[in-house]
Write a protein of this length. Structure first.
Length: 165
């Protein structure tokens, strides 16, 4: 938690991020699961660039989103842990915005193939599932994430300029 952020703000921001993650997971559930998934909700992993409350928010959002979408328990647990690892490591890399999405991409590309192959029974080689998941995560976290981050940074700069006037 940064010095400016009070505990109640931390909690509320995390809850809002979790709620957004859940909604995006459910709205886009047809493309949020499986080897060729593009989980649109993962765009929110870029929020660790702006607030540490994104870390628990993303974890809880993924956990509840998976649970509400009917994912198997191994997906609920390990998919959420992969998101937590990606968010925490992304937060540590926040001094370089271009590196922030990489841990989320890698964590999911490494963890989810095991869940998809052994939990859901997808009959593809682990490396191929990892490649598919990695591409989907790249689209969500890096491409969509950078578009989202750019918009948020423009808004932040605009508000800062207004404040200085």
């Amino acid at each position: 938690m940064n010095n400016k952020e009070k505990p109640i703000q931390f909690l509320v921001r995390g809850a809002v991020i979790a709620a957004l993650y859940i909604v995006l997971t459910l709205i886009f559930s047809p493309i949020s699961f499986g080897p060729g998934q593009i989980r649109v909700a993962e765009v929110l992993t870029i929020l660790v660039l702006f607030t540490p409350s994104a870390i628990p928010g993303l974890f809880v959002g993924c956990l509840l989103g998976n649970l509400l979408a009917g994912a198997i328990i191994t997906d609920v647990i390990f998919g959420s842990i992969a998101t937590l690892i990606g968010a925490a490591l992304g937060y540590l890399l926040r001094s370089n915005r271009w590196l922030v999405p990489i841990p989320a991409i890698l964590a999911n590309a490494v963890v989810l193939p095991f869940v998809l192959k052994y939990g859901y029974g997808f009959d593809l080689p682990l490396i191929l599932i990892g490649l598919y998941v990695g591409v989907g995560e790249f689209i969500s976290c890096f491409v969509f994430g950078e578009i989202f981050a750019s918009a948020l940074l423009r808004r932040q700069n605009h508000l800062q300029q207004k404040k200085e006037e």
